[in-house]
Each structure stands twice: as C-alpha cells, then as structure tokens.
Ligand binder design. Sequence first.
Ligand SMILES: [Ca+2]
Ligand SMILES: [Ca+2]
Length: 446
Amino acid sequence: MNIFSSPHAARCAIWRAAAALACASAAAASTHAAPFAYIGNHGANTVTVVDVVNGSATATIVTGAAPYGVATSPNGAFVYVTDHRGNTVSVINAVTNRLVATIPIGAQPTGVAVNATGSRAYAANFGANTLSVIDTAAKAQLSAISVGAQPTGVAITPSDLFAYVSNSAARSVSVVDLTTNATTGTISVENNPLGVAISPSGARAYVANSGSASLSVIDTAGNSVVATVRVGGFPSGVAVSPDGSKVFVSNLFDKTVSVVRASDNVVTNTIAIGNTPVGIAVTRTGAQAVVANIEGDNVTRIDTLASSTVGSTAVGNAPASLGNFVAYPPFCSLDADGDGALSAATDGLLVVRYLLGFRGAPLVSNAVGLTAPFTAAQIEGNLGALNMDIDADSVMRAPTDGLMLLRAMLRLPTSTWANGVSNGAFSTAQALSWIAAEHGANCLPP
Ligand SMILES: [Ca+2]
Ligand SMILES: [Ca+2]
C-alpha cells in the first residue's frame, strides 16, 4: 500500500511520525503563541527562549560567538542576533527555534534592528564604525554605512526611512537616511550612549547615555535633543510602551528600571530589579517588560502596570540582549499573511506569486486573508525571509517548490505532491519532514 494515498488515519500516522504532532491537536494550530523573549547569552554563544507569560525557558539555540544584540521580525517569525566576536548575524526561525542562517557582516556587531516591513536588518558594527544593511531575503549584507565611533545601539523609524545609531565613543547619535544609505546628521548626546528606541509614532528617539546616567530625548522632526532625563546608574537598554506613553530604561549599576512619562519626560517610577539589567523589551500590550541581567545569568519579568517584578528565569552566561527581543511567533512560518491560518488561497498563492517574481500590489491582490494584520510591503518581507526550497535543490522555483507547497496547503493526496518536481530523488515523506522541521510542526494538520 502506498501510505501517502491512504485514508486520513494512515496519513495522520505518517504525519505524526514526521512532525511529532498529535493529529487531534491540529485544530489548535491557528491559536497564536504567547510572547517569547529571545535572550542572547554573551558568554555562552547561545540564545535562551523564555516564555514571557509563565517564565519557563523553552529552548536553547547555539549562535555565533558572543551574541549581544537581538531583534525580531515584524511578524515574529525570525530573530536576528549579532555575534559580537563572530562578526556575523545569526538568524533564528522563531517557530522552530532553529538557526537557519549565519550572515557575515562587520567587526564586533552590537545592536541590531529590523525595519517595519521586515525586508532589512541593520546592525551597528562597534569595531568598524559602520552600520550594516542586511537583506533578510538574500540573507546577506548589502552595504555598510559609515557612522560615528564605536556604534552600539540602533533603531529604525516606523516609516523605515531613518536609522538612529548611538556612537558610544563619540557622545553622539548618527541619523542615517535609509533611502540613500548615507549618514545625514549627527546629534550630540551625553557620555557613552548605548541603547536606542523610537516611539511608535516616530516622533521621538530615546538614547540611554550609560556614562552620564541620563536619557536623551530626540525630536526626530528637527533632530535635536529636547530633553535630558536623569535616570539610574549606567542606563543601557531602552524600550517604549506600544502606546508611546512610557519609556523604560534599564540601569545596570543601580539594578533598576526607570519609568519615564513621555508626555513631560518625568521619571514617575523606579522599579528595583535586584540584578544587573542590560537589554529591555516590552510585550505588545505593554503590560509586561523583560530585562536581561548580564551578571545574574537570568532575566526578570516586570508587570509594568503594577511596577513590580513577577519572577526571574535562569538563562545562559552573561545575557545582554540589547534590542527588541520579544516576539509573538506565528504558528507556522509559512503563514505569510499572518491571519493565523495556513490557506492555499492566500498563503499558497502568495508563495507561488512571490517565486514567480511578483512584488507589491500584484503580489498581494486578492490573496490576503480578511483578518491579515500586515501591509503589502510587510507580507512581501514575510515571504522574502522564508526558505521555500522544499525539494532541497538549492534554488527556489515556482513550478517545483511553489507548486509543492501549494499542493501541501490544498491538502491534496500527498502521493501527488512530488509530481513534476525537478529533483527526482525527493520523496513526499521528505516533504512532510521538511515542512515540519523548517516551518513548524503545526503547519500541516493531516
Ligand atoms: Ca495565512
Ligand atoms: Ca527548490
């Protein structure tokens, strides 16, 4: 008997074997996961994944040498980690928690950020005085832009038009035009600026000056400092609440987080962490924050409404995790339109069109779920980051890879999947295993 043309139960059995997934749980596939924190352990060459809701450490992923900065893609499917001593960026699929690429960039990369469409990642190269521009589809560096001395933190405006880069040895922030890839301005701040964050509206950039125990507030319209807020000792990380009303600053020496009210730049609260925070990130509701404590080898979760800590989780050696490290991974990274379901009429069509070279409006026209949360440009970015080489011949093509993925999403009898595929050695069982391993076990319920 050909197992792949057999009734549902048998196919279920083979899928379960391939994907380690109970068939009965397939109905739950469309539920969104809890937020996870991706913590770069500088001294362990790993990332620890922490469930932000219950504090459990759920996975450990080996990265390059000395991970420092972390950024997540807008759809939560990928995580970009700078390897400070590896001079690379490690790319992690957040659904499968697997390292999927290692991209050579500049010397001693530190901070990293992903743009709003997910098409580019930007990394500050501390040892090269440059900002690397990384194409997330090609998984390669496109160029390196000169910035100031020892750049450390980076943030991108929501418009994707500008990057703000802290130059830790120059008491300054470089403003980089991301259309021309040139530094167009330099703003003086205070000593040893590290973390940078930009408000959701794009109107403000916040810079933690670690050597001056202060936070510089920059008006991005005029690129001038409009306030300097005294915070705790050695402020390192900065995060802004999703509504823009609060700015959270992690103070390493003081072992605290300062809460700054954005409307008048006043510190309204100081939360004792009891440890040495570097990176800080908030959930998308703003109700929780997470800090990575570099000397405690742990993370602390914070209830931002109560201004209190709710628990800590042991991670690897010397977690720094500068950047926006909290993600909400989709249930399956092939869910390109992000509506929480995997559908041939939308995701499948998007995959085929993308591989045929469609971009912009022709890519997404009549091919996006009604509840899909992303713009056309974001969906293009989501697709670009995907590995769609299902037949493993090292090239992504519509008539083979695209068609096979479409057939899988159509739930066609699996015996037909490999018809017409160029790689003759490829089997349907391999396709099942590949989808589960590459994009998540919940992608294809039988
Ligand atoms: Ca979908
Ligand atoms: Ca292929």
